[in-house]
Design a protein around this ligand. Structure first.
Ligand SMILES: [Zn+2]
Length: 242
């Protein structure tokens, strides 16, 4: 490939011209590749950085369009809401807001337990209406446990249009207060159409991706949510009497 040539005291390395050109070309290709890889990595980092520009979003106040307070789906007696069936119960529930579907979790059993455990463990599966979420609730009321799995339906992002005609101003304000969420900067808030309810106090609690756990009276609620669905586990855990 090369020859050593000596002229007097100096030594020279003679390289064939095409080999020299090949080496220069290889060097140029290597440098171009390195620059390309570096730029690509920087672009990837910039894109990741862009996605992380999340901000905390709250729902702005909205005027209720319900004319008759007695017809409120939460505090009133509207026949199309099942809330009257649950109101005052010592239990926790989940509301699918867009469909106004109320799921009681039946964490505890209040029936006479002649045969403990025989009928207290049950699983139910149901949909909440067209485009709505799908629920699976596994209850073990003898132990005070309810495990809920929710698969989001096509229409699981909160939609204000319908609910502002279903709730009185006070209930609408309470609902909007528990629909805070995180979203991309500059984009509209997109909370899930879900919230928890304590049927005994009729208080609402947020059920969004950033919520992790709550104590609601003597109930401990664990929440895990992602883009596809939610897992909500509710345990009856009264303080131990020593
Ligand atoms: Zn109301």
């Amino acid at each position: 490939m090369w020859k050593i040539s000596k002229q007097g005291k100096a030594s020279y390395c003679l390289v064939r011209l095409e080999i020299m050109c090949g080496m220069v070309l290889l060097l140029i290709v290597s440098m171009v590749s390195l620059i390309f890889l570096y730029c690509r990595q920087n672009k990837h980092v910039a894109e990741e950085g862009g996605d992380s520009n999340y901000e905390y979003k709250i729902q702005p106040p909205v005027e209720s369009e319900l004319s008759e307070i007695a017809e409120c789906y939460l505090c009133g007696n509207n026949k199309r809401s099942l809330i009257g069936h649950y109101r005052g119960n010592d239990d926790i529930g989940i509301i699918c807001i867009n469909q106004w579907y109320i799921a009681g979790l039946g964490v505890r059993s209040f029936e006479e337990q002649d045969s403990i455990g025989s009928q207290n463990h049950r699983t139910s599966r149901f949909g909440t209406g067209e485009g709505g979420d799908f629920f699976q609730i596994s209850q073990d009321s003898s132990r005070g446990i309810s495990e809920v799995e929710i698969d989001y339906g096509e229409n699981s992002i909160f939609d204000l249009k319908v609910v502002k005609g279903q709730l009185c101003q006070k209930c609408l304000d309470q609902l909007l207060n528990v629909l805070d969420c995180y979203g991309l900067e500059g984009e509209e808030a997109q909370p899930r159409d879900l919230c928890l309810i304590d049927f005994q106090t009729m208080e609402l609690y947020a059920l969004q991706e950033h919520n992790r756990s709550y104590y609601i009276r003597d109930y401990y609620v664990q929440i895990h949510m992602d883009d596809r669905g939610a897992e909500v586990n509710v345990f009856y855990m009264p303080p131990s009497s020593l």
